[in-house]
Write a new protein. Structure first.
Length: 281
């Protein structure tokens, strides 16, 4: 059986970075150079050439400013989901603030696409033990799936499931699609995207995908437009942030091409429609 893995893109600009509000406050975003269009077009060119569809988790802020880009993504056959509006970690918001951010983001996207929004991904995988209340709000607002709970230390919880599963909530259910991780005796490795996908040996990434596929489960890969840009502006980021954002960005395009050579990929909605994952919850 051929397993279709899942390719996703967090559609945000280079300055949408959690935890550096003192350097890049939201009030200053309109004055910054935007590089999201040119970098997203690089991704779209690869996917068009390889006949691959993906899920784009679109930040509402970007949708409001680059509607033509969102329409182009849709016209290319990709799924449009939401990444929230103002790129705020969920656990920094109250439930009321989160619902407001979510509704604003959904409206920004749906106004362009004319379609209901089915999925959500939190900035920095920030639905975790202290913000799990957000799952009920997602379900109440009509979403069908989430991709915000990382089975990793610090940003999530290593005990979270590593494969897609269906959560039962008070008002219904919600599918969860965690990012790809590689299990080791000591820790789960973040190989599904970001610095992990760029810096860990490709053999580890490939083996992690193969291990999931052998049990019929899809792997979730995630990308950001800024990872296709060797000239992101510097803003005096702390060393750890610089590493996470910029380490080996020159290898991103090559690594994506290699993944597309070795595995089949599609969008989350296509996987759900084909019912190609087992019910686990």
């Amino acid at each position: 059986m051929t397993v279709h893995n899942i390719l996703t893109v967090d559609l945000e600009d280079w300055y949408h970075i959690c935890g550096v509000d003192h350097l890049l406050p939201e009030t200053g975003w309109p004055d910054l150079e935007s590089r999201v269009v040119q970098n997203t077009l690089k991704i779209l060119d690869v996917l068009r050439r390889r006949h691959v569809t993906a899920t784009f988790f679109v930040l509402g802020y970007i949708a409001d400013r680059h509607g033509d880009l969102i329409k182009k993504i849709q016209d290319d056959g990709h799924e449009i989901a939401t990444h929230g509006y103002a790129h705020r970690r969920v656990y920094t918001m109250t439930p009321r603030e989160f619902r407001g951010d979510l509704i604003k983001a959904i409206d920004a996207v749906a106004t362009i696409t004319g379609l209901p929004v089915k999925g959500y991904r939190a900035p920095e995988w920030s639905i975790r033990d202290d913000s799990s209340w957000a799952l009920d709000i997602l379900q109440e607002e009509g979403l069908e799936y989430d991709s915000s709970m990382a089975p990793l230390p610090i940003i999530g919880n290593p005990d979270y499931p590593r494969t897609a599963y269906r959560m039962k909530l008070d008002g219904g259910s919600l599918w969860e699609f965690p990012p790809l991780t590689a299990a080791t005796p000591l820790i789960n490795l973040p190989v599904g995207g970001g610095w992990g996908l760029r810096t860990f040996p490709y053999t580890i990434v490939r083996a992690a995908i193969q291990n999931l596929n052998r049990s019929g489960n899809p792997a979730v890969i995630f990308l950001h437009p800024r990872e296709f840009d060797r000239h992101n502006p510097g803003v005096g980021l702390p060393p750890a942030k610089r590493f996470v954002l910029h380490a080996r960005v020159a290898s991103t395009a090559q690594r994506l091409e290699r993944l597309l050579d070795d595995f089949y990929f599609t969008s989350i909605s296509t996987v759900l429609k084909k019912k190609s994952i087992a019910f686990q919850g």
